[in-house]
Design a protein around this ligand. Structure first.
Ligand code: ZN
Length: 121
C-alpha cells in the first residue's frame, strides 16, 4: 500500500490554504456590507459582489468538506478505495486530486450523469 503521509500533507496544506481564503472572504463580506450606499444602482452592484463572494465562499467550503472527508477516509483506511465500486483509486489521480473519493471510471460516469441532469433542467 502506498504511503498515506504524503497525501495527509497535501490535504493538510490545502486545508490551511482554504481556511485562510475563507476567512479572507468573510472579512471582505463584512467590509463590503458597510457603509450602505444610498444609491440604489450601487446597492445592486454591491449585491452582485456579495453573490460572487458567496459563490467563492461556497466553493471553498465545499472543497474544505471534501478534504475533511478525505482525511476521514485516510483514518478509516479507505483512502485508496473507490467509494462507488470499491476498486482502487490510482496514486496519480490522488496526487492531482487529493480529495478524490471515486476512481477515474466512476468519476467520469458521475460527471456524465451530472451533465445529463443539468441538460434536463
Ligand atoms: Zn469506482
Amino acid at each position: 500500500m502506498a504511503d498515506v503521509k504524503e497525501f495527509i500533507n497535501l490535504l493538510s496544506e490545502s486545508k490551511v490554504e482554504l481556511e485562510r481564503r475563507l476567512s479572507a472572504i468573510e472579512r471582505d463580506v463584512r467590509n463590503e456590507s458597510n457603509p450602505v450606499s444610498p444609491d440604489s444602482q450601487e446597492q445592486s452592484l454591491e449585491r452582485e459582489n456579495d453573490e460572487v463572494i458567496d459563490a467563492l465562499g461556497n466553493s471553498a467550503r465545499l472543497e474544505l468538506g471534501l478534504i475533511n472527508k478525505a482525511l476521514a477516509r485516510i483514518e478509516a483506511g479507505e483512502y485508496f478505495e473507490c467509494e462507488e465500486c470499491g476498486g482502487p483509486i490510482s496514486e496519480g489521480r490522488l496526487r492531482s486530486v487529493p480529495y478524490a473519493s471515486l476512481c477515474m471510471e466512476c468519476a467520469e460516469e458521475q460527471e456524465y450523469l451530472n451533465r445529463e441532469n443539468s441538460n434536463v433542467a
